[in-house]
Design a protein around this ligand. Structure first.
Ligand SMILES: Nc1ncnc2c1ncn2[C@@H]1O[C@H](COP(=O)(O)OP(=O)(O)OP(=O)(O)O)[C@@H](O)[C@H]1O
Ligand SMILES: [Mg+2]
Length: 311
C-alpha cells in the first residue's frame, strides 16, 4: 500500500484549492470533489511523510457523521452528497488512479465557506487550559475557579477562531470578533448548531466509550437558496478535527492520551515544532507513523462499531 501524499487529477478536473490535508477539484458549478490525502499536520506543519490510509479513514468517518447528523438535526443541511469518484469521471481515469482515489473522495456542494472555525469544548484542555492557568479566563470567557486539567465543563463552551490562510495559524477570537467577521445573526446560528452537534456527538460517542473533549466545525452559505442557508461543511468529528479520549483511561487532573495527533504532538521528536513558523522537512519516525495509523483506525472502529477494511 502506498500512501497518497498528493493527488494527480489535474489533467481531468480544475484544481480549486489545496489545503494542508485535502485537495479540492471542481466537478461543475455546484459540486466539488473533496479528496483527502494521507498527509498529516501538527502545529500547522505538514510532515514530509504521511499516514497510509488516513485519507480514506477520515473520508468514511466524516460520511458517517454527516449522515447521522442529518438525521439528528434535520434543520441543518450538510455539504455531503456522496463518497467515491463519480462513475463518469472514473471511466475517464486510468484504473489505478481511480482505485487509489475512490476511497478517499467525497462529492460535496460547492459553497462559500465562512471565515471562522467553530470550536466546541466540553472539557478544559489544550490552549483553554494554558490560558485558564494564567488568569482563569479563555478568550474573554470567565471560567469557574478551581477547575482541574481535563475537567468537564458544567456546560460545553463555544470558542470560535479565525481560519488562517495556508501557512498561517488559526487564532482564537471572542464571540464579538466572530460576529464582526460573519454577522451577528449567522454567528448565533453557527454557535447554536455547533453546540447541538457537539451534544449529539458526545451522546453517541459516550455509548462507545469515547469522550469528545472538543471539536471544530466549519460552515458555508448556500447562496442559491432563498433565504441563503447555513450548511455544515468540511470534515466532521474526525481525529483531525477533534480531541477524542478513551473514557476508560480518562482521569481528571492530568493531560489525556488521545486518539488524535496529540500522540504526534506530545512526542519528544516534535518538541522542535513548538515554534514551527516556516518549518518544513520534518519526517516522522516509522514507529510514530505506525502508531498514528493504529490510533486513527481505532477511532474509526470504536465509533462505527465495525472493522476497518484496508483500502
Ligand atoms: N463545501 C465546501 N465548499 C468549498 N470549500 C470547502 C467546502 N468544505 C470545506 N471547504 C474548504 O476546503 C478546505 C479543506 O482542506 P484542508 O482540510 O486540507 O484545509 P486546511 O483547513 O488548510 O487544513 P486544516 O484542516 O488542517 O486547518 C478548507 O479550507 C475548507 O474550508
Ligand atoms: Mg481542514
Amino acid at each position: 500500500m502506498v500512501a497518497v501524499t498528493s493527488t494527480t487529477l489535474g489533467d481531468y478536473l480544475p484544481l480549486v484549492a489545496t489545503g494542508k490535508v485535502r485537495e479540492i477539484y471542481e466537478l461543475d458549478d455546484h459540486k466539488l470533489l473533496f479528496v483527502t490525502t494521507d498527509r498529516i499536520s501538527a502545529f500547522d506543519v505538514i510532515m514530509d511523510n504521511s499516514i497510509d490510509q488516513k485519507g480514506a479513514i477520515l473520508t468514511h468517518l466524516s460520511e458517517f457523521w454527516f449522515k447521522l447528523m442529518q438525521k439528528k438535526i434535520p434543520s441543518l443541511p450538510t455539504h455531503f452528497l456522496s463518497t467515491g469518484i463519480p462513475s463518469d469521471l472514473k471511466q475517464r481515469l486510468p484504473s489505478d488512479l481511480g482505485a487509489q482515489l475512490d476511497s478517499r473522495s467525497m462529492v460535496v456542494k460547492r459553497l462559500k465557506v465562512l471565515p471562522i472555525e467553530s470550536i466546541v469544548r466540553g472539557y478544559i484542555t489544550g490552549s483553554a487550559w494554558t490560558s485558564y492557568q494564567k488568569d482563569g479566563t479563555f478568550v474573554g470567557i470567565s471560567l469557574p475557579a478551581g477547575l482541574q486539567e481535563s475537567q468537564k465543563f458544567d456546560k460545553p463552551i463555544w470558542t470560535p477562531s479565525t481560519k488562517a490562510e495556508v501557512g498561517g495559524k488559526d487564532e482564537n477570537i471572542t464571540a464579538q470578533q466572530a460576529a464582526d467577521l460573519v454577522g451577528p445573526e449567522i454567528v448565533t446560528q453557527i454557535r447554536d448548531f455547533s453546540l447541538q452537534l457537539y451534544d449529539e456527538a458526545s451522546i453517541y460517542a459516550a455509548a462507545r466509550g469515547i469522550i469528545v473533549a472538543d471539536t471544530k466545525f466549519e460552515f458555508g452559505i448556500d447562496e442559491s437558496s432563498t433565504p441563503p442557508l447555513l450548511v455544515l461543511v468540511d470534515e466532521v468529528l474526525t481525529p483531525d478535527s477533534s480531541r477524542f479520549w478513551s473514557a476508560e483511561r480518562y482521569e481528571i487532573g492530568r493531560s489525556q492520551e488521545s486518539f488524535d495527533k496529540q500522540h504526534l504532538r506530545g512526542n519528544d521528536a516534535f518538541g522542535q515544532l513548538n515554534s514551527p513558523k516556516g518549518k518544513t522537512g520534518v519526517t516522522m519516525p516509522e514507529a510514530i507513523v505506525a502508531n498514528t495509523f493504529t490510533r486513527y483506525k481505532e477511532a474509526y472502529e470504536t465509533l462505527l462499531g465495525c472493522t476497518w477494511q484496508d483500502k
